[in-house]
Design a protein around this ligand. Structure first.
Ligand SMILES: *Cc1c(COP(=O)(O)O)cnc(C)c1O
Length: 486
C-alpha cells in the first residue's frame, strides 16, 4: 500500500515514511491510494488485539505481520484492562462504545499507545538513525495520551502545547505531572487553533527543518493528521459491529449507525475508512458542540472557520479548523488540485465552499447535528436518571445528537470518548449538584453522588508533583523546537 499527499498526487510514500514524517512537505495529509477490502465476517471472530493487527496490517504493508501482531498484543491487552473496544448497552438499541478504558482515560489512547511502536519500527524500516522531535498541539486529551505513549521511547523527544485555560484542571495536571526524561509541556496563550496553527507553522518552515537537520533531528507529529494516529481508530468500529453480531442484536450485513463526538474529524473519519473497507456502516453522524462549524459544513457545503470561538464543557471538541476533513475532501473529490485549492482558500480567507456534487457525496455517508451547553448538561442528567448510564460531556454531545438521528430498526452506537471522571465538575453540575472548585474534590463528590469509582490513574494525580509550568506565545513554539538537543 502506497500513500500520497491530498494536495499533490506525485508525492508518494510508504506507510513507514508517512508515519515518520507526519505531514507531506507541501502541507498535505497522507492518504492511502485505495481502500483495502476485508472479509468482515472473519474479522468479527477475532479478539481485539488480533483484530487490530489484521486491520492495521492492511495499510502498513511495509511492516512485518509478526511485528504488528506483537505490537497490538502488548498495546491492547493489559493496558486496557481487558476492556478494549467495550460496547455497553444504554437504552433500546442505542449503545456506548466505551473508548476510555486505557491508561489516560480518553479514546486517544487507542492511537497513541500504538503509535510510538509504529514510529520506532518505521525508522528501523527506513534505516534512519536521527532523533525524532514530536510536536503536539492539544486541546487536552491528545497531549496526555501522547506523553504517556512516547515517554522514554528511545530516539524520541516530545513537546506538547496546550491552550492556557483551554483544558480541565485534571487534563492540565495529567500533562504537568508527566514523568520521563524526553518530555516537555508548554501552555500557549490563546485557544487550541492558535496552538495548532503555531505548531503547523513550525512544520511548514523549511529553515527550521534545515537547522534541526544539521543536528540530526527531524520533526514529526503525533496529531491526528498523522496516518499512524488514524489507522488504529478504524479497528474499534469493527469491534463494535462484532459485539452486536455476537450478542445476536444484528444479523451479518445489517447496517449500524455510529454517532461520533467530533473535533478534528479524526475519530469519525476512521469510521469512514471502516465503511469503505466493507463494514456495513449506515450513517456516520458527526456530533459537534457549540463550535458547530462541521454541522454547518455538512449541511450547506460551506466551511467557515471565521466565527466566534466558544469555550465549552467539552474542550477536546473546541476546534474551528478540523484538519482531517481534508482527507475526506480528497476521497470524495479524488482531486489533489481541488483539495489544494480549497485548503488555499481556507488559509487565505478562512473558508471555502465545495461543489454541490461533493456535498451530496459526503451526505451519503455523513449526517450531523450539534448540542448546546444546556443540552449537554440535560443529556448527562437524563442518561444517568433514565438509563443509569454515566457519561462525560463529550459523549453527552453525541448522545443528544444520536437521539435526534436515531432510525427505527437501525442500532445506534455512540462513541464514548472520555471517562466522566476526567470532567468531574461539569458532570456534577449537570447532575444538579454544586461542584467544588477543586477538581479532585469534585471527583470525590461525583463518586459519592453516583456510587461509581474514579479511575485510579486520575485519582493518583493529586499526589503527583507538577514538573511543567512555562507559558509561551504561539510564536515561541519555533524557539522551543530549535532548542531540542540531539
Ligand atoms: C479528541 C477528542 C474528541 C474529538 O475527536 P476528533 O478525532 O478530534 O474528532 C472527542 N472527545 C474526546 C474526549 C476527545 O479527547
Amino acid at each position: 500500500m502506497k500513500f500520497f499527499s491530498t494536495r499533490d498526487h506525485s508525492r508518494i510514500v510508504t506507510a513507514s515514511q508517512a508515519i515518520a514524517q507526519g505531514l507531506s512537505d507541501e502541507g498535505g495529509l497522507f492518504v492511502p491510494e485505495s481502500f483495502p477490502q476485508v472479509d468482515v465476517e472473519t474479522l468479527c471472530q477475532l479478539d481485539y488485539p488480533e483484530l487490530a493487527a489484521a486491520v492495521v496490517s492492511e495499510y502498513l504493508t511495509d511492516y512485518s505481520k509478526d511485528f504488528l501482531a506483537e505490537a497490538a498484543r502488548t498495546t491492547y491487552g493489559e493496558a486496557f484492562g481487558g476492556k478494549a473496544g467495550h460496547l455497553a448497552p444504554v437504552e433500546g438499541d442505542t449503545y456506548a462504545l466505551e473508548l476510555w478504558h486505557g491508561p489516560t482515560c480518553a479514546f486517544k489512547d487507542y492511537a497513541l499507545q500504538l503509535m510510538p511502536k509504529l514510529l520506532v519500527e518505521a525508522k528501523k524500516n527506513l534505516s534512519r538513525t536521527e532523533k525524532t522531535l514530536i510536536l503536539v498541539a492539544t486541546s487536552g486529551d491528545t497531549g496526555k495520551a501522547a506523553l504517556d505513549g512516547y515517554h522514554d521511547i528511545p530516539g524520541v523527544e516530545i513537546a506538547v502545547f496546550y491552550p492556557t485555560g483551554g483544558t480541565s484542571e485534571i487534563q492540565r495536571l495529567q500533562m504537568a505531572t508527566q514523568e520521563g526524561a524526553n518530555v516537555a509541556v508548554y501552555a500557549v496563550r490563546g485557544n487550541f487553533d492558535d496552538a495548532q496553527t503555531g505548531v503547523k507553522r513550525v512544520f511548514g518552515d523549511k529553515a527550521i527543518a534545515a537547522r534541526l537537520a544539521e543536528r540530526n533531528i527531524r520533526l514529526s507529529s503525533a496529531n491526528s493528521i498523522n496516518w499512524g494516529r488514524l489507522v488504529p481508530q478504524i479497528v474499534y468500529y469493527f469491534a463494535a459491529y462484532a459485539q452486536l453480531l455476537k450478542a445476536g442484536k444484528i444479523a451479518f450485513g445489517d447496517k449500524v449507525d455510529f454517532c461520533v463526538p467530533t473535533g478534528n474529524f479524526g475519530d469519525i473519519l476512521a469510521g469512514y475508512y471502516a465503511k469503505q473497507m466493507g463494514l456495513p456502516v449506515g450513517k456516520l453522524v458527526c456530533a459537534s458542540n457549540q463550535n458547530n462549524v462541521l454541522t454547518d459544513f455538512l449541511s450547506t457545503g460551506t466551511y467557515t472557520a471565521k466565527r466566534e470561538f466558544y469555550k465549552t464543557t467539552s474542550p477536546s471538541m473546541d476546534i474551528l479548523v478540523s484538519s482531517n476533513l481534508e482527507r475526506l475532501l480528497y476521497h470524495v473529490t479524488g482531486s489533489d488540485a481541488e483539495v489544494a485549492g480549497l485548503m488555499k482558500s481556507l488559509n487565505e480567507t478562512g473558508g471555502y465552499t465545495v461543489r454541490p456534487e461533493t456535498l451530496k457525496a459526503i451526505q451519503e455517508s455523513f449526517d450531523c447535528g450539534w448540542s448546546s451547553e444546556e443540552q449537554v448538561a440535560g443529556e448527562i442528567r437524563a442518561r444517568c436518571e433514565k438509563d443509569g448510564y454515566l457519561c462525560d460531556t463529550h459523549t453527552a454531545v453525541a448522545f443528544h445528537v444520536a437521539a435526534q438521528k436515531k432510525r427505527d430498526g437501525v442500532p445506534m452506537v455512540v462513541l464514548s470518548t472520555a471517562s466522566p471522571f476526567k470532567f468531574p465538575r461539569s458532570v456534577l453540575e449537570a447532575l444538579g449538584h454544586t461542584a467544588p472548585e477543586n477538581d479532585f474534590e469534585a471527583m470525590q463528590a461525583l463518586e459519592e453522588a453516583t456510587g461509581r469509582t474514579a479511575p485510579a490513574s486520575l485519582a493518583v494525580l493529586r499526589q503527583k508533583a507538577e514538573r511543567f509550568s512555562t507559558v509561551i506565545d504561539p510564536a515561541q513554539i519555533a524557539e522551543v523546537a530549535l532548542s531540542c538537543q540531539a
